[in-house]
Structure formats: C-alpha cells, structure tokens
Design a protein around this ligand. Structure first.
Ligand code: ADE
Ligand code: ZN
Length: 343
C-alpha cells in the first residue's frame, strides 16, 4: 500500500463488491425527468433541483413514499435497461467488480407493467455490462413486506416461469419496504418455497426494526445475509450468533444517515460491529436518494469513523466472501484485492 496515495484515491482503486443496492433506488432525478417525458407521466416536481430538495427524509417511510412515486416513470423494457445501465456506469467508475442487485417487481406489476418487461430490461443491461466491462452481477427479487404474504406468493409464482431464461442472474429472494409492524415471520411460507427451489435468501432486518426481526430473518426465513442489521448491537446473544456464524451484514452508512437511523455518521456502529468480529460490508442501498454510490459510502465512513486502509480492505474482502458467486469467481476477486493491498 503506497502511503503517498490519498484516501479517496485508495478507495477509488480498491476492488469492491456491492451486495445491497435497490435498482429502483438508483433512479437519478435527471433520468426520472427524462423517462417521465418519454412516457408522458406527470411528476409532482417542477425541476430536477426540486426533486433533490424533496429528498429530506425523517425516517424509512418518508423515503419509501417518494421512492415508490419515482418508480412510476418506469414503464418499458428500455426504461429498465436505461436505469440499470446508468447504475452499472456508476458502479464501474467506482471499481465495483460485482453487484447483487435488488428489484421490487410488485412496485411495477401493480401498475400493469408485465413481470417479463422488468426482467428483460434489467437483465439486458447486466448482460451487456458483463460483455462490455467484465462487470459481474446477480439479481435478488425482493418481496414488499408492507403487502400480504398472498401477494408475495402470487408474485413469486408469476416470476418462476422466467427462472430458466434468467438462470445466469436471478439467484435469490429478499424482503424489503416498511419494516416495523411487518416481521419476517409474516413471509415464512414464501421463503420456504424459495429455499426449497434452491434460491439464496436475504432479508432486510434491524434497520428500524428490533433485534427480534433479525432473529426472525435468520430462524423463520433462513436468511443467509442480513440487510442492514445495525440494531443487532442491542442484543448480546444475537451479536454472538452473528459473529460465530459469520452472517454477513450489508450495512449502508449514508442510507442510515439520510433515514436518521443515526443522527451523525460519527455515531455509526459500523466500526464496533467490525471490531466485534462480524462480517460487515459497505453498500449504497438507494444511492440516487441518499447522496452517494459505493466510493462515497466508503469515504464518508472512513473519515467519520477513522477507519484505516486495513479496515477498508477487510470491508471489501468481506463483501467478496459474502457474495453469492462461485468459489472460482470469489478467488479471482480476492486475488485482485490482495494484489491491490500489496501495491
Ligand atoms: N427499499 C429500498 N430501500 C430500502 C431500505 N433501505 N429499507 C427497506 N426497504 C427499502
Ligand atoms: Zn435496502
């Protein structure tokens, strides 16, 4: 590691994997306006600046209200392609080698957008990115937890006929949207079905919800990774379980700040979770809404918490280890990371 390199330069060059990214949350206001115009959709904003000014959130729900409203401009396969291609360009610029991307089909099918359109647009851009940039990716279909389990079961049944056509990408299911009042146990049957069919399983838990929801994600849903999970720290027995089993946490620092999970990034518990031996990773969540992609999250966190370069390498390594990829793929990324660390 050449010590003359600045911290931003070190972070820029660091090979990274992103494991917690909602593709609908990468919709930048400029693209939102362009798609609204293309599709004749009215937006409740006069300008791109007015959209950005509205991104002043008090909690998760205040964000979700705007996030679902913004997603209404996504109508055609080309829209989903353009959205995904724009994210890939930002990720490649941040030296993200691999991304596991969440998408929320219920947000679109409820508006009459066919499931096949959502898959085709996102997958088209990801396949082109593999060819053009060697960018590796997978897709994780998320169920909206504020809706019923029946709705999730119907959505899963609607998506399953597409599995073979997208077997290279669609490898998992997840759980997102409003957490409090919607515990993991509500989705036990649909996650059992997904597991039985060989899908990988993740769930948002412990973002705003209590540690009991993290236990529920692990034990009732069989989650292999916890998305966010920062409230685990309130439960010593849970911390022991997460450390012993090396359950990855996909932590999203700028998201936590914007949604007021923490009031100041200097109060974020990421460094303590790392010190406690948990498999912590850094991710951007909904970067168009929270003010930063991967490198911005790494840099803001490093500066706020005084992380050193070994910590940053550890965070990057954890994400490659936690990825839903083959051992060969992971070894290739880990070798690249080690070469980078050696300088
Ligand atoms: N959907 C998009 N971003 C989310 C988040 N941070 N938590 C829950 N659901 C989400
Ligand atoms: Zn999320």
């Amino acid at each position: 590691m050449p010590l003359t390199q600045t911290l931003p330069d070190f972070i820029r060059g660091l090979p990274k994997a992103e494991l917690h990214l909602h593709i609908e949350g990468s919709l930048e206001p400029e693209l939102m306006f362009a798609l609204a115009r293309r599709n004749g959709v009215a937006l409740p904003y006069a300008s791109v600046d007015a959209v950005r000014a509205a991104y002043d959130f008090s909690d998760l729900q205040s964000f979700l209200d705007l996030y679902y409203a913004g997603a209404a401009v996504l109508r055609t396969e080309q829209d989903f392609y353009d959205l995904t291609a724009a994210y890939v360009a930002r990720a490649v610029a941040d030296n993200v080698l691999h991304a596991e991307i969440f998408f929320d089909p219920q947000t679109h099918t409820v508006r009459g957008v066919p499931m096949a359109t959502v898959f085709a647009g996102i997958a088209g851009a990801l396949r082109d990115a593999q060819v053009a940039h060697g960018f590796s990716s997978r897709l994780i279909l998320c169920f909206l937890r504020h809706l019923s389990e029946e709705d999730a079961l119907a959505t899963f049944a609607e998506a399953l006929p597409l599995r073979e056509a997208y077997a290279d990408l669609w490898i998992g299911v997840g759980l997102d949207s409003g957490e409090v009042g919607n515990p993991p146990e509500k989705f036990g049957r649909v996650f059992a079905q997904a597991r039985a069919l060989g899908f990988r399983v993740v769930a948002h838990a412990g973002e705003e919800g209590p540690p009991a929801y993290i236990w529920g994600a692990l034990d009732a849903l069989g989650a292999e990774r916890i998305d966010h999970g920062v409230r685990a720290e309130e439960d010593a027995a849970l911390m022991t379980r997460l450390a012993q089993d090396q359950v990855p946490l996909t932590v999203c620092p700028l998201s936590n700040l914007k949604l007021r999970v923490v009031q100041d990034l200097r109060d974020h518990n990421l460094a303590r979770l790392l010190k406690a031996g948990l498999c912590v990773t850094v991710n951007s969540d909904d970067p168009a809404y929270f003010g930063g992609y991967m490198n911005a999250n790494f840099l803001a966190t490093a500066e706020a918490l005084g992380l050193d370069r070994n910590d940053l390498v550890q965070l990057a390594r954890n994400a490659f280890v936690a990825a839903f990829a083959s051992d060969t793929e992971k070894q290739g990324w880990l070798d690249a990371l080690e070469r980078y660390q050696r300088g």
